[in-house]
Write a protein of this length. Sequence first.
Length: 246
Amino acid sequence: MRSTNAPREIHVALVGMSGSGKSAVAVKYITKRFIGEYDSTLEDTYCRQETVGGQCMMVWLMDTVENAARDEMRWIAWADVYVVVYDVTSQLSFQYAEGLLERIARHEHVLCPREHRTILLGNKMDLDRYRQVSEQEGERVAAQHKAYFAECSAATDFRQFTQTLHSTFQNIISGARSPSPRQCSSDSEIITPRKGAFSSLRSSSRSSQVRSKTSTTKSPQVQPLHKTPSLSKLKTGSKLLKLFHT
Ligand SMILES: Nc1nc2c(ncn2[C@@H]2O[C@H](COP(=O)(O)OP(=O)(O)OP(=O)(O)O)[C@@H](O)[C@H]2O)c(=O)[nH]1
């Protein structure tokens, strides 16, 4: 039986066009560092412990890879929060993000019993001089899809996204439906990135699905929602492991 003191688990899926900065956002969130280059074929799931509004939670973050051969239900059914990332310097990535918002709206209520929150995230705001998507445009599309909205830079200023994410978590905890996405205070705790950190996470969070680093040739496994997914072994080659081992 789950203890009442057990941390609440929240699943967050980062989705968006290739090159929008999903991996950079994921790694920045987990490690507070910006890393320039990643293997775009790797799909990873990371974990970070957070305390938001006094509640301890385990945040599982899936950095997805867009691939027509993969079933998008792997993240639609898995996540509590969808973070739809686009690059503010790319109108194309914004259109792609709009398409994803529509796909999410079509799927979620039919196939998933849980409630979802969606954040539309404009990344690379440090490249303002090349901007092709205005903040107002982002806000308008987010409002259209009843999504939260934030802009950030995985390279520099990340605060707005962290605040929006925490605000979303608080609203999931409280069961609220229409929060103000930009107002939130939290005292987060980052899991020190070190060798072996993930093995301790694995043992302390038995009911979680961790890991979905798969190659593009391997088809994804969508876990039934009512089942506790088993933990598969962390493979070396993960973006974060690479980061900590170098
Ligand atoms: N200037 C700037 N560059 C960024 C930022 N975020 C990501 N990048 C760069 O954008 C490129 C793509 O970033 P990724 O994180 O690999 O993008 P992705 O969405 O994960 O791409 P795929 O793995 O192909 O799906 C890389 O060269 C990053 O260094 C940012 O906030 N500012």
